[in-house]
Design a protein around this ligand. Structure first.
Ligand SMILES: Nc1ncnc2c1ncn2[C@@H]1O[C@H](COP(=O)(O)OP(=O)(O)O)[C@@H](O)[C@H]1O
Ligand SMILES: [Mg+2]
Length: 236
């Protein structure tokens, strides 16, 4: 376990998350999972099964009630809030259903933002942002604002922003949830390309056809892993 957890992008060992607002809710009830570096995992489960809780814990937005979480070999359950915030900024790239871009900033400025917090100079930020936008097919949209872009293009900007700090993990919560089927498939093509370039992807979706782009599907039920389905070869 020790060595394995050090080699995984993410490792969870006996993770419990209990919310105590009146009746305690065991949102996660003893989850252990290894996410190997360079792997592509989808998480599925009915509403209330704990998917978002799992993503929030792995993304260092919250801490477990019990158990341990290692992110890129670091124990993130026993560090200060400040250290956890740093790890989140450097090691996790988030992609959301609603894109969450800054409306007044251009594509390039949105993508450059996570580098501001790392103290990278302006010229380097601009150059790196353009490079990453180019790598997601938006090299000709650098100075567009979100409302001047299509839904699929906005999600590409969000993906570029998630990748700009070269994170250990790309966490995506329903990344195609606000897109039509064809645009969603284009975003899945991009994820596949990112996976082939060596990125580690963990994606929540309720759509089977989207989940099938991954290498395996983790099925959650009532805060527990019901089963893990291997899909090698499917969708590629
Ligand atoms: N902040 C919270 N406070 C109290 N209960 C919560 C909170 N977040 C989630 N829960 C509860 O935990 C369970 C799992 O929720 P969630 O992780 O959001 O599931 P999913 O994303 O699979 O729909 C649900 O019963 C939900 O009501
Ligand atoms: Mg959810």
């Amino acid at each position: 376990m020790e060595t394995e957890s050090r080699n995984s992008a993410v490792s969870l060992d006996g993770v419990v998350k209990t919310y105590r607002l009146g009746e305690p809710v065991h949102a996660l009830d003893g989850v252990s999972l290894e996410v190997p570096r360079g792997s592509y995992t989808a998480v599925m489960g009915p509403s209330g099964s704990g998917k978002s809780t799992l993503m929030n814990l792995i993304g260092c937005l919250d801490t477990p009630t019990e158990g341990e979480i290692f992110l890129d070999g670091q124990d993130v359950t026993r560090v200060s809030d400040r250290e956890r915030t740093r790890i989140r900024g450097e090691d996790v790239g988030f992609v959301f259903q609603t894109f969450n871009l800054m409306p007044r900033l251009t594509a390039r400025e949105n993508v450059a933002l996570p580098m501001v917090f790392r103290g990278i100079g302006r010229a380097e930020r601009r150059e790196r942002a353009a490079e990453v936008l180019d790598s997601v097919g938006l090299g000709d949209r650098l100075e567009h604002r979100p409302n001047e872009l299509s839904g699929g293009q906005r999600q590409r900007v969000a993906i570029a922003r998630a990748l700009v700090n070269d994170p250990a993990l790309l966490l995506a919560d329903e990344p195609t949830g606000n897109l039509d089927t064809e645009t969603g498939e284009q975003i899945m093509d991009l994820f596949e390309e990112l996976y082939e370039r060596g990125n580690t992807i963990l994606m929540v979706t309720h759509e089977r056809s989207i989940a099938e782009h991954a290498e395996r599907i983790v099925h959650l039920l009532d805060g527990e892993i019901e089963r893990i389905e291997q899909l090698s070869g499917v969708g590629r």
